[in-house]
Design a protein around this ligand. Structure first.
Ligand code: AHR
Length: 527
């Protein structure tokens, strides 16, 4: 959510270097949480694009954080940092949304093609009013996509552009004939069309994308979408810019009023929801040094994602019962007060164990809604908001959020499995309570059943009894992410303070019981 929009919106001690071994223990009736998974009833596929990312021209995100230019002393390929690309490849980034965000509605694609030195210099008015030299444009973005082996989600400019400009960008990227625009792309170094997997028509039209009324945006969507043409093999999925937070009206109206009979391509509606510790934009809360009150409020606010999706999907079930349109949470993550001493327009924040739990809770929620939620994008990739990676000149560190993404890789394109949690504990602080355990199960492409568990309680470990119907399970093998303190984080001096450890357990007396440490994420294969 755009920052200026003030009106809306038992202690088990665990050193990060210890190897965790969950000991199978006898069942003590009454206190154990139980999880049953039905391996015989496969549900929806968890689209790998649920693990998508967002890279906006904002602060030190794209520039510095990822793109340093081919002449940089920092090792790079075509300008993209080798260290950052290698780290992102390890988490199998499936999809990257670019160039914004709010930036998208001020971006004019022609500024970003041709000889780099000759490109116009603009001011990035949304984000710090710094120079935007347009060094990263369409071709550079697709270099990144190729390096990562990811798909591209290009967000078009509806707010300050024209239908012609948008249509011509798509033609430039995808034209396979001899049109002047396709030839211009070839002259600029790309023979074959670029594969644009998704194309977004504007961003946050109700805010930075033009402060529009819903009805107005819907008409514009229909108008702009009418002219988006591409060869069949290169036609992207078209995404409408939807609502945010509690407001379901955008999802409802868009899915009711963009009609199939107009032959309008409409594949997904977007939705944005950010986790703020305090829930207020004026004073969001700190990234580090917070108390348990903001640990629990942050996780509670994250868990709202479930009802927000549910409420929107309920509208879609009425308007689109055949589920042709996806519900895409194309911006989510934590948004804190910026790191003291940094440019407030750069949205730079540290990232702690709490962020990793926020990510894991969101993943478990997205899996539960896999039938409709077929793409999401965490905001953002590097140095901005809930980032995977932080950089300082030639140094990089992987954040706890990165490790959560890495642990969840087996869930990409896995088939979700029904799971029931019984006797879940409550974790409470002050007047606030949330469920202690969040979980998700799926059969991955390697044929194994994977289980993810989050213990939200920062003070007490939890014993969880696992039962899998339709599968003979003898052991759980995987990893755990936890740390000594709620705000444990990695620094450039200690980049490995928070990182996953091994976690293994085996069946004893016919039962599989996992002891999940306080404030932890566990992902295991049940074998
Ligand atoms: O992710 C930062 C900003 O948040 C995006 O530019 C905008 O879409 C949202 O308000």
């Amino acid at each position: 959510m755009f920052v200026l929009k003030a009106s809306i919106k038992a202690g088990i001690f665990c050193s990060a270097v210890l190897v965790f071994v969950a000991i199978a223990v006898p069942v003590f009736a009454g206190n154990q949480v139980s999880i049953s998974i039905d391996a015989k009833k496969p549900g929806s596929v968890i689209n790998k694009n649920v693990y998508g990312q967002f890279a906006e021209h904002l602060g030190r995100g794209v520039y510095e954080g990822m793109w340093v230019g081919p002449d940089s002393t920092i090792p790079n390929t075509k300008g993209w940092r080798n260290d950052v690309v290698a780290a992102l490849k390890k988490i199998h980034v499936p999809l990257v949304r670019w160039p914004g965000g709010c930036f998208a509605d001020e971006y004019h694609w022609r500024d970003g093609i041709g000889v780099r030195e000759n490109r116009p210099v603009k001011m990035n008015t949304n984000w710090g009013n710094v120079e935007e030299r347009n060094a990263v444009g369409t071709h550079e973005f697709f270099d990144l996509i190729d390096l990562l082996g990811a798909d591209a989600y290009v967000n078009g400019n509806l707010g300050s552009g024209t239908p012609q400009e948008m249509a011509e960008w798509l033609e430039y990227m995808t034209g396979d004939g001899k049109s002047t625009l396709a030839e211009l792309r070839r002259k600029n170094g790309r023979d074959k069309p670029f594969k644009v997997a998704f194309f977004g028509i504007g961003n946050e039209a109700w805010g930075c994308g033009g402060n529009m009324k819903l009805e107005h945006y819907t008409s514009l969507f229909n108008q702009y979408a009418s002219f988006l043409k591409a060869p069949k093999a290169y036609m992207p999925k078209i995404i409408a810019s939807g609502g945010h937070d509690d407001d379901t009206s955008w999802t409802e109206y868009l899915t009711r009023n963009i009609h199939e009979q107009w032959n309008m391509r409409f594949d997904g509606v977007s939705f944005h929801y950010y986790t703020l510790p305090t829930g207020t934009w004026e004073k969001k809360g700190k990234a580090l040094g917070f108390g348990e009150d903001q640990w629990i409020s942050t996780l509670k606010n994250t868990l709202r994602m479930d009802s927000l999706i549910r409420n929107n999907v309920a509208k879609m079930e009425v308007n689109d019962p055949k589920s042709k349109i996806a519900f895409n949470v194309d911006e989510w993550g934590t948004w804190y007060d910026v790191e003291p001493g940094t440019n407030p327009g750069f949205l730079y924040q540290q990232n702690s164990l709490r962020d990793a739990l926020v990510a894991a809770l969101n993943f478990n929620i997205f899996h539960a809604h896999a039938a409709r939620v077929r793409m999401t994008n965490i905001a953002q990739m590097v140095n901005v908001l809930q980032a995977m990676i932080l950089t300082d000149k030639d140094k990089i560190l992987l954040t706890p959020t990165y490790h959560a993404f890495e642990m969840y890789v087996p869930f990409q394109n896995a088939t979700s499995l029904p799971l029931t949690i019984s006797n879940n504990h409550e974790y409470s602080f002050g007047k606030t309570s949330i469920p202690a355990v969040s979980a998700s199960a799926a059969r991955a492409l390697d044929g194994k059943v994977y289980l993810s568990l989050v213990n939200t309680n920062p003070n007490e470990s939890v014993e969880i009894d696992i039962d899998v119907a339709g599968e003979k399970i003898e052991a759980a093998k995987g990893r755990v992410l936890t740390a000594k303190t709620m705000d444990a984080h990695n620094t450039f001096i200690r980049p490995q303070s928070v990182q996953p450890d091994n976690f293994n357990s085996s069946v004893k007396a016919g039962r599989l019981t996992l002891n999940v440490p306080a404030k932890a994420i566990v992902v295991v294969a049940l074998e």
